[in-house]
Ligand binder design. Sequence first.
Ligand code: CUA
Length: 170
Amino acid sequence: MQAAALVVSLVCMAVVALAFILAARAAGGAGQAASHTERRRMQLIVGLAVIGVAVSLASMWPWPHAAQAGSAGQPTINVTGGQWYWRIDNVSVPRGVPVTFNVRTADVTHGFGVADADGRLLFQVQAMPGYVNRVAWTFDKPGTYRVVCLEYCGVAHHAMLTQFTVEEGA
Ligand code: CUA
């Protein structure tokens, strides 16, 4: 689903870019040779576009969906969010290996967010009606991790708290 959305987005961007290129070429062919200033301006625009695309790609690497997909053989933990609780089928999580969380909702959309002992948010994924969203994470340190809800989901949204423990060789 997410891979299909990525492909559709890239195809649409390519079509829009092609339309701009064709329009620019058609406009350029109408008059006489472009002046020095116009050529410099076009070089500047193309240069900035190349830099923008490069920075965008670099900042998205590694692709979040690929990194979050998880793979067979990894420990898997099923998480269900509901008004207003989190249900986690295994509260003892191994350290040092990728753990895949399969996140569902029992009712409305919730935001499954995991924070470390210092309250620093490590990752989050939406719990959405009709979907099982997966996120993989490798916990480096043993200890207690807190689960919070990051999507407003009703009057007791703030009370959607739970925790799990990361253990050596759990
Ligand atoms: Cu569940 Cu906010």
